[in-house]
Ligand binder design. Structure first.
Ligand SMILES: [Zn+2]
Length: 404
């Protein structure tokens, strides 16, 4: 049996006046998702227990059988997704390239949306500087090169540093938000700024009217933790098709193969066709479980871009259609689980702990309830499961008909 898990990151949310009092999932035109949902098992899933910070990392790890009381830091997960495996005993922070104005205001948490290549180049060039190299070595830090604005700062052994995520201080004076603790860190950040400020790539960006990626900014650090093997996955050959490093990292730490998809961006201009192609190629080359992740709905929700969120959900629909057609071509038994990892309501532009709507389509056990795929219809079924139950539905043996 082939099994596909399609995740629309932050796809679910709340009713919004811009959508005439509907949610984005209700307002988007998604005929294919609705058709598959109307013949599948529809319900709500409470993936995270109350009180746990809601994010793609926590939700996906809970879904994939991990103990959320002992999770690795986000930097460890993202590092793994970027090919930078960080020792579990080391402490690691996400290191953003950011843009800070001459007057000290945080203008962009993403270095003015620096491209994957340019961001990589800037950090690679930082590492060529002998003074920065000496400072890092003296204070036991190292920089791990990622891509775009996302990199990692690593330190041997435990050190408490209080940090603020740069996306939480957009438009604010950064002076009172500098990281506190971590001997030498401020010197490292200051020297990196001097190097970035005079880097030709940033001169070019200024000429083009773009913001310079002129500072490094660590946040969200912590130690690593080993992930435990996930029994439901271990019997399968799994492939992950995703753009964002945190999803790729979790997948790779759990033993899935991670596809590299050209043109994926983590936003609405992503090459979703290439992602579907990678998933279908995987299905035809012996993988029997494919995790496909679309980041765009979450990005649009954080931006407050309600039109973009509709577009992102329509891309999710197109992906479901193409995946379904590909699965049909295999001629065998398959299941398609479609879900949001967490809600990201446009009203708050941040993650919310609400249960998320999901549906499980099984081509050998079609239902005929006729309900569309959205929060209200899912709640009306009165069928609610926990995260791990949800994956049990997907992975149950064929005879058990996916719990349908
Ligand atoms: Zn998010």
């Amino acid at each position: 049996m082939k099994r596909v898990l399609l995740i629309g990151d932050g796809a679910s949310g709340w009713p919004l006046p811009e959508y005439a009092g509907r949610t984005a999932l209700q307002a988007a035109k998604k005929p294919y998702l609705d058709r598959l949902c109307s013949a599948g098992r529809l319900g709500l899933a409470q993936i995270l227990p109350p009180g746990v910070s809601v994010g793609t990392d926590t939700a996906l790890l809970a879904l994939l059988g991990q103990d959320i009381a002992h999770l690795p830091s986000r930097a460890h997960l993202e590092g793994a997704g970027m090919g930078n495996r960080i020792d579990v005993a080391d402490w690691a922070w996400r290191l953003n390239l950011v843009s800070i104005s001459a007057s000290g205001k945080m203008l962009s948490h993403s270095g003015g949306d620096i491209s994957p290549q340019a961001g990589r180049q800037l950090v690679e060039d930082l590492l060529l500087d002998t003074k920065l190299h000496a400072l890092l070595e003296k204070f036991n830090f190292r920089l791990a090169v990622g891509s775009g604005f996302r990199h990692q700062l690593v330190r041997k052994g435990k050190v408490e540093i209080t940090t603020i995520p740069p996306h939480d201080i957009l438009g604010k004076q950064v002076e009172k938000y500098w990281p506190v603790g971590g001997a030498g860190l401020r010197d490292i950040m200051t020297h990196a700024h001097l190097l970035l400020q005079r880097h030709p790539l940033n001169h070019q960006r200024l000429k083009e009217g773009k913001l310079p990626a002129n500072y490094i900014w660590p946040w969200g650090g912590g130690p690593g933790a080993p992930l435990k093997p996930f029994s439901l996955l271990s019997a399968h050959r799994g492939l992950c098709v995703a753009h964002v490093p945190v999803v790729k990292g979790i997948a790779s730490l759990l033993g899935l193969t991670v596809a590299n998809v050209p043109g994926s961006t983590g936003d609405i201009h992503t090459n979703w066709q290439a992602k579907v192609k990678a998933a279908l190629t995987g299905l035809c080359s012996g993988y029997d479980f494919i995790l496909v992740h679309l980041e765009a709905p979450d990005e649009c929700s954080h931006r407050g871009d309600w039109r973009g969120k509709i577009k992102a959900l329509e891309i999710l629909d197109a992906m479901a259609r193409a995946l379904h057609l590909g699965l049909e071509k295999t001629g065998g038994h398959y299941r398609l689980l479609v879900m949001s990892d967490h809600a990201t309501p446009l009203a708050t532009r941040t993650h919310a702990p609400d249960p998320i709507p999901f549906f499980l389509y099984d081509n050998h056990s079609e239902l005929a309830h006729g309900r569309a795929y959205h929060e209200i219809a899912a709640a009306a079924t009165n069928y609610q499961v926990g995260g791990q139950e949800l994956l049990k539905l997907l992975f149950s043996p064929p005879g058990e008909k996916g719990g349908l």
